[in-house]
Write a protein that binds this ligand. Structure first.
Ligand code: 8X3
Length: 254
């Protein structure tokens, strides 16, 4: 049987990288996207060596709509039938109040988390509809459930991911396509270092005293949704550490 194909955005680190490893281990071929081509090439070499699969590297910034279109247009024929679009690329910069933050940084966050996801969806889903199969998995967040201090804009983008996921599920209700929104809580990845503008000590402090999730943990749930029988649509999953209860309430043993 032909191998299935998953396209993962933001695959060079964190949850995206964890998903690349998980799907590879299950025999899927991967289209890996991120801005950093060198990291993608290294991951490709590692995964092709370890598993009997193929990896296609598609470096672009999801904020660059023309680059997305060019990259998808350039896909060789045998890579075009994408089974799963995993919209994972996302970030937050800073923990500022809504009336104090940097509008240029927020443009990056909004353009990546919302407009990048939307552009990928707009460009990949029509082919899925034409082929009569496909699954869009968006990485949302517990941050989309309710705003929390210092998270105003990021929380807004993840609330948007929830609305975009729900809206797409409605738009595709008369098709075999599925839409899933995976909403992680605290996950230890480079995401938090970027949130603290490169301050590794602040990021380490954020995770101190609590056993948080890894990108690999979240990948297990993503894969569960992707591997479910075709008549089952895992619409949403909220996944967090055992000692986290909400976006603002967690127990840290310090
Ligand atoms: C990020 C997870 O817990 O920092 O999506 O809001 S959290």
């Amino acid at each position: 049987m032909e191998k299935k194909i998953v396209l993962i955005t933001g695959a060079s680190s964190g949850i995206g990288e964890g998903c690349a490893r998980k799907f590879a281990s299950q025999g899927w071929n991967l289209i890996l996207n991120a801005r950093d081509a060198a990291k993608l090439e290294a991951l490709k070499a590692e995964l092709e060596e370890k598993w009997s699969i193929e990896v296609y590297v598609a470096p672009f910034d999801v904020r660059d709509r023309a680059a997305i279109a060019a990259s998808l247009d350039a896909l060789p024929q045998r890579w075009q039938a994408i089974d799963v679009l995993l919209n994972n690329a996302g970030l937050v910069i800073g923990v500022d109040k809504e009336f104090e933050g940097n509008l240029d940084e927020w443009d990056v966050v909004i353009d990546t988390n919302i407009k990048g996801l939307l552009a990928m969806t707009r460009l990949v889903v029509p082919g899925m509809i034409a082929r009569g199969r496909g699954h869009i998995i968006n990485i949302g967040s517990i941050a989309g459930e309710a705003a929390y201090p210092g998270g105003s804009v990021y929380c807004a983008t993840k609330a948007a991911v929830r609305a975009l996921s729900d809206g797409l599920r409605i738009d595709l209700v008369d098709t075999p396509l599925r839409v899933t929104n995976i909403k992680p809580g605290m996950v230890e990845t480079n995401f938090t270092v970027v949130r603290y503008r490169g301050d590794k000590a602040a990021a380490d402090d954020f995770y101190r005293g609590i056993h948080v999730l890894t990108g690999d943990d979240v990948a297990e749930t993503v894969y569960f949704a992707a591997a479910a029988p075709p008549h089952i649509q895992i619409a949403e999953v909220l996944i967090m550490p055992t000692n986290q209860a909400t976006g603002t309430i967690s127990y840290k043993k310090l």
